[in-house]
Design a protein around this ligand. Structure first.
Ligand code: ATP
Length: 304
């Protein structure tokens, strides 16, 4: 069976001859500044890419857009955000030659890790390059914003402060490299339900993004950890107290601090020492199989 799997993945590697990594994001802070006339919430959030990546394979040729995936958890048709990204460019540029796209899904779905958005961003980037469309970053960001609020950040990458719906981005350079244990408990949370249940007056403490950025740029991991704060925990933890249990468990196992990402349910802890993080990961994995030992994503850097 191992040999069969091997040859299947070899075939895949040969067939899709151009691959792009699509990293997950976590929110190091997430603040809500109010509700907008259009129904969206006004956000202020520090977003950060990590080394948990989907891999998107491409092959030019055939007719139209064909999408495949190894994941039973996401749609393999027009519903997929990556498909919508491809269609957007195909219609805009009236592309005649077809494309085949493969999503190797490693990012848990509905986890608060922007899995769909990062696949869509990778498809925009991939098709732009493969078909020589000549789109510049600014144009890609604008097209991405039409697909989803998190897509522009996924295009930009790294670490950035997002305002508005998350699409008004300020890159934050020169930060530390984090060692992270990320836990995805075995339930999903609907982002839209969390936002619609959010009440300002139920938040105990709001993030201080200015303090966060200054800690970040001093590469002071201890201060950074103290500034982790996500106002959506006030909703998600109410629904799922297990999120608070996992945070506590991460801290007991040596994390400086732990936080829920996005609207949840993923929780991450920040560690100073790799070996302690590895032990925490091994321990929590027994209870939560979708536990990952990851770090800050750097473009072009090799990692396991
Ligand atoms: P966010 O952090 O942006 O709220 P998330 O990580 O909570 O995102 P996703 O993993 O992006 O959530 O999935 C949300 C929904 O989008 C799922 O119901 C899923 O079926 C759908 N979806 C469509 N395309 C994709 C894709 N390529 N990858 C993941 N989910 C997708």
């Amino acid at each position: 069976e191992a040999r069969l799997n091997m040859s299947a993945s070899d075939l895949k590697a040969q067939h899709f001859n151009y691959w792009i990594e699509a990293p997950a994001k976590i929110n190091l802070t997430l603040d809500i500044k109010g509700k907008r006339p259009d129904g969206y919430h006004e956000l202020e959030t520090m977003m950060h890419q990590i080394t948990l990546v989907d891999r998107i394979g491409f092959r030019r040729g055939g007719q139209g857009i064909r999408l495949n995936t190894d994941s039973p958890d996401i749609p393999a048709d027009e519903q997929n955000l990556a498909y919508k990204a491809a269609r957007l460019l195909f219609e805009k540029f009236n592309l005649q030659e077809g494309i085949q796209i493969f999503i190797e899904k490693n990012i848990p779905v509905g986890a608060g890790l922007a899995g769909g958005s990062t696949d869509a961003a990778a498809v925009l980037t991939g098709i732009n390059r493969l078909f020589d469309l000549g789109l510049e970053e600014k144009q890609l960001l604008e097209l991405g914003g039409g697909l989803g609020s998190d897509v522009p950040f996924c295009l930009l990458g790294g670490t950035a402060l997002g305002r508005g719906r998350g699409e008004i981005l300020t890159p934050i350079k020169n930060g530390p490299k984090l060692t992270i244990v990320l836990v995805k408990p075995d339930f999903q949370i609907s982002t839209s339900e969390v936002y619609s249940d959010f009440r300002m007056d139920r938040v105990k403490k709001f993030p201080d993004n200015e303090a966060f950025i200054s800690a970040w740029q001093s590469c002071d991991i201890i201060s950074v950890s103290r500034q982790l704060n996500n106002v959506l925990e006030s909703v998600s933890i109410q629904w799922h107290p297990r999120i608070a249990d996992i945070k506590e468990q991460l801290c007991e196992l040596g994390a400086l601090n732990a936080l829920m990402s996005g609207s949840g349910p993923s929780v991450f802890g920040i560690f100073t020492r790799y070996e302690i993080a590895r032990q925490a990961w091994a321990h929590i994995k027994q209870q939560y199989p979708q536990t990952y030992l990851v770090s800050t994503y750097k473009k072009g850097e090799k990692y396991d």
